[in-house]
Design a protein around this ligand. Sequence first.
Ligand code: DAH
Length: 346
Amino acid sequence: MQDRIKELLGEIEAFAISNKEELEQFRLRYIAKKGVVTALFDELKTVPAEEKRSVGQLLNQLKDAAMDKLKSKTAELEAAAMASAGKPLDLTLPPIPNELGTIHPLTQVWERIVEIFGRIGFNVEDGPEIESDWNNFTALNFPDNHPAREMQDTFFIDGKEILLRTHTSNVQIRLMHKQKPPIRSIMPGRVYRNEAISARAHCIFHQVEGLYVDKNVSFADLKQTLYHFAKELFGKDTQVRFRPSYFPFTEPSAEIDISCGLNRPGTCALCGGSKNICKGTGWVEIGGSGMVHPNVLENCGIDPEEFTGFAFGMGIERITMLKYQIRDLRLFTENDVQFLRQFETL
Ligand code: DAH
């Protein structure tokens, strides 16, 4: 019997355990109630009295060796499982969705504006956001110290000469300097004004400028172009209203209003009855427009006797708010995913 026990000791030591199944086989073979060690303890009764003591000791050694191996291998396998997978791989689980970003509503509207004007022959021009006083003001017929400069609270960068553009009208000047008529372009971009942030105003926003200079361009062309634009963007029942206004760079000048009810004239859809956007008038201003002032054409080397032009500048935030009935302009810059997801296009 002693020889058998010694043999088993060697066997236990050599038993390879590298996974849970092998561990269980080991346990069943040596430790379980019906295992080899228990059977040997039973057999102990039959051992002659003088040998009992030494065989008993050997048997206990065998039992301890089996128990120790079981414990250490269990711990080893558990540690390995934790380290490798972390979690078990369950192939029946639904896949984690591949979340795509959405195109920002302002970008969507910007692109739509480019498309609408593109179809009627306007190309896209770009200009810098850091601009000189000349391109942002002086060439646009804002005389020095003219109160009109104060209409736009400017962020200056370097003294009073370099500034963040307060409107996209600077690109008109750059364009007329580099290109002779006919000119038919829109100029979308970001602009800056030193204004307190509220539901209706921000210090950073976007405009789209338009410029059409050629022979015999009239105010009727301006109106027709903007009627077409409004109906394309907001729907065919949209009303457009021109209101006399003043800008140094246009004469005559007009503010462009859109009906607040959009496709439902007479209603106050954008305000949702609160009247806080159209102020109960049923109209929302989206920009300014007019016939390019002769001084501006001259400043850019274009003969105002030969050419005339119209121009307009509209707020992209305003247009987007109207289109999607958004009541607070701050939502555009907060990056709230719940807000942005509503504009998913895919
Ligand atoms: N630049 C003006 C503004 O930011 C908007 C504007 C009005 C642009 C009339 C124009 C225009 O081109 O003709 O308030």
